[in-house]
Ligand binder design. Structure first.
Ligand SMILES: *Cc1c(COP(=O)(O)O)cnc(C)c1O
Length: 370
């Protein structure tokens, strides 16, 4: 099989997820000899001028894309989203010993559980396992003494996405944007910390992007591990110890790809169009397809749905997945905790790919919904 022919499969996986094919081909081309160095980026010291330039260029590219103000540091860390659940608390919670968590799905629930190891966690909205909505802010129980308010901008498993930035009445806001970063324009100045594991929307697994407001540095708990310490990572420009150089390199190429494809405005317009295609089919299927998430909180990135009624008909869902697989549509199975189907429509998934999925959904419905 030729190694550089256009892909015949459509990857709707939730993560690690599809990367732009253009970027993969570019990486393939310079994998053995990076620039003029005669060696691979993977074989190069992180203390070389070439690597330091890559590190600075990647920071600048994401600063430009997100319009990140000067008083924010950009860090390339490790440990993934899960590592950051601990890092956020270890860096920020000791200010007052307590933090607010708005739990709207599986990932913010995990973050709250992790933070509770290091301080007191106040749950801002009532506890539930049935994540289909974002309770109205007028009902929120915010603690004026919290060190920070935490939320997950897009719940990858449950498909719940915030359509707005929570108002915290001046308390630093922390957001897990692992699965929707760079898919929409965001006013970074409203945040204390933004973080995102790369493997959903911006790169391969291994690097975690962190954006932190400078006045929040210097507050880490004394037990905070060095590699999770925002202050140390900021002081050493993310080269305190060996960074995940290859992942950062690929991510930098994805930033360039986003820039060439209309920046965040372009990504957002496409995300709206792609997700509407799928939600419209669900909503016009007379209940054959059903998405449990309330329309105002529906994710543009991850669309979970059941087939054959709200509880899902597992035999039909299996048939749907088999048929999708035969047509080259991969990784559509829902998360094991919610079942059904999940279509992830990240930046690298093209409108054409989504149209093919939509067409298949329509045909499958016409065939079975009699
Ligand atoms: C995938 C994901 C995580 C966990 O990321 P890991 O890198 O696997 O630790 C955290 N938050 C969100 C929103 C995610 O989608």
């Amino acid at each position: 099989m030729a190694s550089n022919t256009a892909s015949k499969v459509l990857n709707f996986g939730a993560g690690p997820a599809k990367l732009p094919e253009e970027v993969l081909l570019e990486v393939q081309k310079e994998l053995v000899h990076y620039g003029t160095t005669q060696i691979s980026i993977m074989e190069m010291s992180h203390r070389t001028a070439e690597y330091m330039k890559l590190n600075d260029d990647a920071q600048q590219a994401v600063r430009d894309l997100l319009n990140i103000p000067k008083n924010y540091k950009i860090l390339f860390m490790q440990g993934g989203g899960t590592g950051l659940f601990a890092a956020v608390a270890l860096n920020l919670i000791s200010e007052t010993g307590t933090a607010d968590y708005i739990v709207t799905g599986a990932w913010s629930a995990k973050a709250a559980k992790e933070a509770a190891k290091y301080g007191k966690v106040n749950l801002v909205v009532p506890k539930t396992d049935n994540y289909v909505d974002i309770p109205d802010p007028s009902t929120w129980n915010l603690d004026p003494n919290a060190s920070y308010v935490y939320y997950c901008a897009n719940e990858t498993v449950h498909g719940v996405e915030f359509p707005y930035i929570p108002d915290t009445k001046g308390i630093p806001l922390v957001s897990d944007m692992s699965s929707n970063i760079l898919s929409r324009e965001v006013d970074v100045s409203k945040f204390g910390v933004i973080f995102a594991g790369a493997q959903k929307n911006i790169g391969p697994p291994g690097v975690t992007l962190v954006i932190v407001r400078e006045d929040l540095l210097g507050k880490a708990a004394t037990i905070c591990p060095t590699v999770l310490d925002f202050t140390i990572m900021a002081k050493d420009n993310s080269i305190h110890n060996t960074p995940p150089t290859f992942s950062i390199y690929v991510m930098s190429r994805v930033f360039e790809w986003i820039r060439r494809n209309g920046g965040l405005k372009g990504m957002e317009a496409r995300a709206i169009e792609k997700s509407h295609l799928i939600y419209d089919i669900i909503d016009n299927s007379n209940g054959f397809y059903s998405c449990p998430v309330k329309s105002a909180a529906r994710s543009r990135m991850n669309v979970p749905f059941r087939i054959g009624g709200a509880q899902g008909n597992e035999a039909l869902e299996k048939e749907f997945l088999n048929g999708a697989q035969k047509r080259g549509m991969l990784q559509l199975k829902g998360h094991r905790s919610v079942g059904g189907i999940r279509a992830s429509l990240y930046n690298a998934v093209s409108l054409e790919d989504v149209k093919i999925l939509a067409q298949y959904m329509t045909e499958f419905c016409n065939q079975h919904n009699k």
